[in-house]
Design a protein around this ligand. Structure first.
Ligand code: PLP
Length: 431
C-alpha cells in the first residue's frame, strides 16, 4: 500500500507549494495557534489569490458596462471569468449565471423548469441538500405534480441508479439529483443515471447539484449532458457571496425573469460583479497549475482535468490512510470506541468525507472535544434541517463529519488519528 500511496500523493515539494497558496492551512485565524481544519465541506480553505483578486477588482468603482478603459478592463475580467467557469463545467454551449448562493441558483432554476415543462411528477432523492429537495417539493406542490423520492443505499452512502430510474416515466417533469453527498461523501453514478433516465424519457430535464463534488472531482456537461449544474465558490477554495450555475440552451431559453433588451440566454439580472469572476479564474488557474506539474498539454480544460485528477488521487490516498492508518497510528476503522459510518470499500466512489461516532460522546460533545485539541470538525445531527432527512434515510442519529482537503498532509491525518484515539480512550468507560 505504501508504494501505491507514494504514487497517489503529491510530492513533499509540491504539497509545500500548494500549502503556501492557502490561508490558515494549519493555523487558527483568531488564536494564531496551530490547528487542523477538517470542515472543508462546510466552507473550504481559501486560496489567498481568490481573495486578493476579489479585493483588487472590487476596489475599482467603474461600471463594466461603460466604454472607457477601466470599464473595458473589468468587462474583460468578467468575460474571462465566464470562460473559465465554462472550463470547470466543460460547457462550450449553454449559459452561465450567478446568484447570491448555490441554494438560490437551484430554487430559481427548478422553478423555471417546473412551471414550464409538462409532466405530472417530479423525481429527486432522499440524499439531496435541502436547497434541491425543498425547491423540488415546493414546486411540485405549487404546480400540482406528484413528488417522488428515491431512497438511499446505507451500504454505499449514495443512491443507486435503479432506485432513481424506477421512479421516472414519460410524465416526469424533471429529475433533480445530487452529484456527491455532503454527509457520506458518496459519489453518485451520474453518467449511468443520465443515460438510463433518458432511455425512459429522452428529453428529460435533469438538474445536478455539484456543490459537494466540484472541488474534489471532474464535472463535465459534455459527458453527462444535463440541463443544470451548480457549484459554490466558497466550498471550492474561493470567496463567499456567490453561487454559480450552468444551464443548457433549452433550460436557459425557458421563460425567466429578464431584461428584455438582453439576449434571451442572458440570465444575469442587474450589475455584474467582475470580482467574483476574477476569483473563479484564480481557482481554475490554480487547478491548471497543478495539472501543468504533470502534463505539457496546452489545452486549458485538459490541464484542469489533469489537476483535478491529481487532487482526487491525493485525497483518496489520505482517505485510505485515515481509514486504515499507517505504521505509526491506527486508522479510524480500528480505533476502539470509534464507529465509521457508511464506510463503503470502493474509495473511488467517495469524496474525502468520513462520518464517525465516538462511543459515549454525543455529537456536539465530540466536536467540542476535538476543538479542545485544536481540530475543527462538524456534527451532523437529526435536529438540523441540513442533516435530518439524509441521516434518517440511513437509519443514523447523527455523525461527526470529517472533511479535510487536498492541501492536507499525511502527517496531519496521523495527528488527527492520534487525537481521535485520545478522545476515544478518555471516553471509553463512559464515566
Ligand atoms: C451539496 C450542497 N448543495 C448545496 C448547498 C448550498 O450551498 P449555498 O450555501 O451556497 O447555498 C450546499 C451547502 O452546504 C451543499 O453542501
Amino acid at each position: 500500500m505504501v508504494k501505491l500511496h507514494n504514487e497517489m500523493l503529491f510530492t513533499a515539494e509540491l504539497l509545500e507549494e500548494i500549502r503556501e497558496q492557502f490561508a490558515f492551512v494549519n493555523m487558527d485565524p483568531l488564536k494564531q495557534k496551530k490547528r487542523l481544519y477538517f470542515d472543508n465541506a462546510g466552507g473550504s480553505l481559501r486560496l489567498k489569490r481568490t481573495i486578493e483578486k476579489f479585493a483588487q477588482f472590487d476596489l475599482i468603482p467603474d461600471h463594466p458596462q461603460r466604454n472607457h478603459e477601466a470599464a473595458k478592463y473589468l468587462a474583460e475580467v468578467e468575460r474571462k471569468g465566464i470562460e473559465d467557469t465554462r472550463i470547470i463545467f466543460n460547457a462550450e454551449n449553454g449559459s452561465i449565471a450567478t446568484y447570491l448562493t448555490a441554494s438560490q441558483a437551484i430554487f430559481e432554476i427548478t422553478g423555471k423548469i417546473a412551471e414550464n415543462i409538462e409532466g405530472t411528477n417530479i423525481v429527486t432523492t432522499a440524499l439531496e441538500h435541502p436547497s434541491a429537495y425543498d425547491s423540488a417539493k415546493y414546486y411540485a406542490e405549487k404546480t400540482g405534480k406528484e413528488f417522488r423520492v428515491a431512497k438511499t443505499n446505507p451500504v454505499t452512502g449514495g443512491v443507486d441508479a435503479e432506485e432513481i430510474t424506477k421512479l421516472i416515466d414519460s410524465n416526469t417533469c424533471f429529475l433533480s439529483v445530487i452529484y456527491a453527498s455532503n454527509i457520506s461523501g458518496a459519489i453518485l453514478d451520474i453518467e449511468t443515471i443520465v443515460k438510463e433516465a433518458r432511455k425512459i424519457k429522452p428529453d428529460l430535464f435533469i438538474i445536478v447539484d455539484s456543490v459537494q463534488h466540484a472541488p474534489h472531482g471532474i464535472i463535465d456537461v459534455e459527458k453527462t449532458p444535463v440541463d443544470v449544474m451548480n457549484f459554490a465558490p466558497y466550498k471550492f477554495f474561493g470567496v463567499r457571496g456567490c453561487g454559480v450555475a450552468y444551464l443548457s440552451e433549452r433550460a436557459a431559453s425557458l421563460p425567466h425573469h429578464r431584461l428584455f433588451g438582453k439576449e434571451n440566454s442572458d440570465l444575469q439580472l442587474g450589475s455584474p460583479v467582475p470580482a467574483h469572476f476574477a476569483a473563479i479564474s484564480e481557482i481554475v488557474d490554480y487547478v491548471c497549475w497543478i495539472g501543468s506539474k504533470f502534463s505539457n498539454d496546452q489545452n486549458k480544460r485538459n490541464l484542469y482535468v489533469k489537476g483535478m485528477k491529481k487532487i482526487a488521487l491525493h485525497e483518496k490516498a489520505l482517505l485510505e490512510i485515515m481509514l486504515n492508518g499507517t505504521d505509526k497510528v491506527r486508522g479510524l476503522r480500528s480505533i476502539p470506541g470509534v464507529t465509521v459510518h457508511l464506510d463503503y470499500e470502493d474509495l473511488s466512489k467517495r469524496d474525502f468525507i468520513v462520518a464517525i461516532t465516538i462511543k459515549h460522546l454525543d455529537f456536539p460533545e465530540a466536536v467540542r472535544a476535538y476543538e479542545a485539541e485544536n481540530v475543527i470538525v462538524y456534527d451532523r445531527t437529526a435536529s438540523s434541517i441540513y442533516s435530518k432527512r439524509m441521516l434518517e434515510s440511513f437509519g443514523m442519529e447523527g455523525a461527526v463529519r470529517i472533511s479535510p482537503l487536498h492541501c492536507n498532509s499525511v502527517e496531519e491525518i496521523e495527528e488527527f488519528l492520534e487525537v481521535t484515539e485520545r478522545i476515544a480512550e478518555r471516553n471509553e468507560s463512559g464515566l
